[in-house]
Design a binder for this molecule. Structure first.
Ligand code: BTN
Length: 239
């Protein structure tokens, strides 16, 4: 993997998309200072200091878009969960790709594609991880959040953590591109704390309430509402 470190950048995802032609498959952009980080569904990803991870992996699996590419965020989510576990904590996955520890968010993933003249130039898989953020800083954001430092009491070496993630990511990446979500389905479900609970999912401006009954073979969330109607969701946010 070719690692590109930027001292400061608006957003590693934005940079990766703008420089997609010069970046190789599996290049990684990471920074100490992300000044305008972006999250899923047009949200902001707050900057929490340089000892946290702000990174994007550039992927060029083919020049046409395939459905399974949308599951790459879930693949990365399982990889992050495995790395967190090496530090002795218990990560729980919140569909589709957030990780929580003790009910507080610790990492987020944002995937974007660059398509030009109908051709896929590349995918950008961005991830932010709260490694060493202090409680006072996390308390200022509008959702419950934590860091690996808070959960373990240890100062976390950012380079080391990033190296573990990237090594694990590469190990099964080719197989994942061939087989898709089923390759990691069991590992995903094992950590999916929302399953068999009543939840509300926001899908654009609509809210759907129901029991989360299944994660399908393509990573979708199956909900059963109070009228026994099934909803199969490919995008959304558990509230
Ligand atoms: C989310 O949970 O909403 C996704 C957050 C993704 C944040 C990362 S930080 C590195 C990369 N660059 C960005 O601008 N966003 C992603």
């Amino acid at each position: 993997m070719n690692l590109v470190f930027l001292e400061e950048v608006e957003s590693t995802n934005k940079y990766a998309k703008e420089h997609i032609d010069e970046l190789n498959d599996k290049a990684v952009i990471y920074t100490d200072n992300q000044t305008a980080g972006r999250g899923r569904l047009n949200r902001v990803w707050n900057y929490m200091g340089k000892d946290n991870i702000y990174a994007s992996i550039i992927l060029k699996p083919s020049d046409t878009m395939k459905e399974i590419y949308s599951n790459l965020t879930q693949y990365l989510c399982v990889i992050l969960a495995e790395v967190f576990e090496e530090y002795g904590v218990v990560p729980q996955i919140k569909w589709p790709n957030d990780i929580k520890i003790n009910l507080k968010k610790i990492s987020g993933i944002l995937a974007e594609g660059v398509i030009e003249n109908g051709k896929l130039k590349g995918l950008v898989l961005g991830f932010g991880i709260n490694l060493n953020t202090k409680r006072e800083i996390l308390d200022k954001i509008n959702q419950p959040a934590t860091s690996l430092n808070i959960e373990t009491g240890m100062v976390i070496d950012k380079q080391n953590f990033l190296k573990k993630v990237l090594e694990k990511f590469c190990l099964r990446y080719d197989k994942f591109i061939e087989e898709g979500f089923v390759l990691i389905k069991d590992e995903y479900i094992r950590r999916a704390s929302f399953l068999n609970t009543d939840i509300t999912v926001k899908v654009f401006d609509k809210e759907i309430e129901g029991k989360a009954i299944e994660i399908t073979d393509n990573g979708a969330l199956k909900l059963l509402d109070k009228n026994n109607m099934e909803h199969i969701l490919l995008i959304g946010d558990i509230l």
